[in-house]
Design a protein around this ligand. Structure first.
Ligand code: SF4
Ligand code: SF4
Length: 336
């Protein structure tokens, strides 16, 4: 795992504390959605098909801070929608950083340079932009349905790095991708753009996404990633995932979903059971934990989970399994 040392140490200390307190369920990272509106309309997106009145709503900064305080998670990924369209997004980020939360601001990057003068972001080891890049130019532009999207995202990454910000990326892969697509985009991000870390995900089959034909099944995901990671390439890339989660994507190990580890908080409240599915909402994280039948979710238990290999369900399982194994802990520290 190529997580910075400060972050690794703080997350390790947080996990040890949960163990000492004998907490069975606790959040590692919150998927925070302070708005649903977006300036793009990607074909695989399951987040922007809301009624107009919902798309107009913005979460007050204090509400987001209170949710983070109540759950106690050390990390937060701010998504949406496009978070840069939230008028107080810089205030929210700065206040979370002041509370020493590790903040990842997920963006399609179209507004970074255009609206830069509106923002008051400051570089910090606790703050990273996470830019959505699904492939090289043609592939990415098709994925986000926007010609020029790739070029603007690349310019925004250079712009942010030149101003001292940490920049990570997030890439989602579909059945229309080949192992070579994955290799090409990761080589480009790792070696040419030199982003700090990269995340990847097989696309989740959102019921409402406009393109229903290109969501990969489990066997397709295994084939895609095992070929892309072959010949030692996996070790070369600065991937922001635990080695066990990458083994899981390749099909070398299998384990269950731990959705309570990466819960989702949106304008509607804490979403049951995860970022990808919405079986109702609760007002507090505690209520979410206590009133959700966690054993009824995951592959083999709920049809909607059948093809899910998303990090929000399986990265926490990998992290907890790593913590419980000396061999895996050493492997994670070495980034093997
Ligand atoms: S940029 Fe993100 S939120 Fe916006 S449409 Fe694309 S996937 Fe959905
Ligand atoms: S497997 Fe877990 S993370 Fe995936 S959709 Fe089901 S509950 Fe959510």
């Amino acid at each position: 795992m190529s997580m910075p040392l400060r972050q690794s140490l703080k997350i390790g200390a947080y996990l040890m504390k949960q163990k000492a307190l004998r907490r069975e369920k606790f959040p590692l990272l919150v998927e925070l959605e302070p708005l649903f509106a977006c300036n793009l309309a990607c074909s695989g997106c399951g987040k922007i098909q809301k009624p107009a009145d919902e798309l107009r709503r913005r979460m007050p900064v204090q509400q987001a801070l209170d949710a983070m305080e109540e759950c106690g998670a050390p990390m937060v990924s701010i998504a949406g929608g496009e978070p840069l369209m939230h008028p107080q997004i810089d205030d929210l980020v700065n206040q979370l950083v002041a509370r020493k939360k590790f903040v990842f601001l997920c963006t399609n990057a179209m507004l970074v340079r255009k609206w830069w003068d509106r923002f008051d972001f400051k570089p910090s080891p606790y703050f990273a932009f996470t830019v959505h890049i699904d492939g090289l130019r043609e592939r990415h532009d098709a994925s986000v349905n926007h010609e020029g999207g790739f070029d603007e995202a690349v310019e925004a990454i250079k712009w942010l790095k030149a101003r001292g910000f940490r920049v990570t990326t997030n890439s989602t892969f579909f059945t229309s991708d080949t192992p070579q697509n994955i290799i090409d985009v990761l080589d480009f991000l790792n070696d040419d753009l030199q982003v700090d870390e990269m995340m990847l995900s097989p696309a989740y089959a959102y019921e409402k996404a406009p393109d229903q034909e290109h969501f990969p099944g489990v066997a397709e995901t295994h084939a895609l990633f095992s070929k892309a990671f072959a010949d030692g390439r996996r070790k070369h890339w600065r991937l922001n995932h635990s080695p066990m989660f990458l083994d899981f994507l390749e099909g070398k190990v299998d384990f269950g979903c731990t959705a309570w580890g990466i819960p989702s908080y949106s304008l509607n409240g804490w979403q049951r059971p995860c970022y990808l599915m919405a079986d109702g909402y609760t007002t507090t994280y505690r209520e979410l934990i206590e009133t959700t039948d966690w054993d009824s979710y995951g592959r083999g238990k709920d049809d909607r989970c059948a093809n899910c290999m998303a990090h929000c369900g399986y990265e926490p399982t990998a992290v907890l399994a790593t913590m419980g194994s000396l061999r895996e802990s050493i492997r994670a520290v070495r980034g093997a």
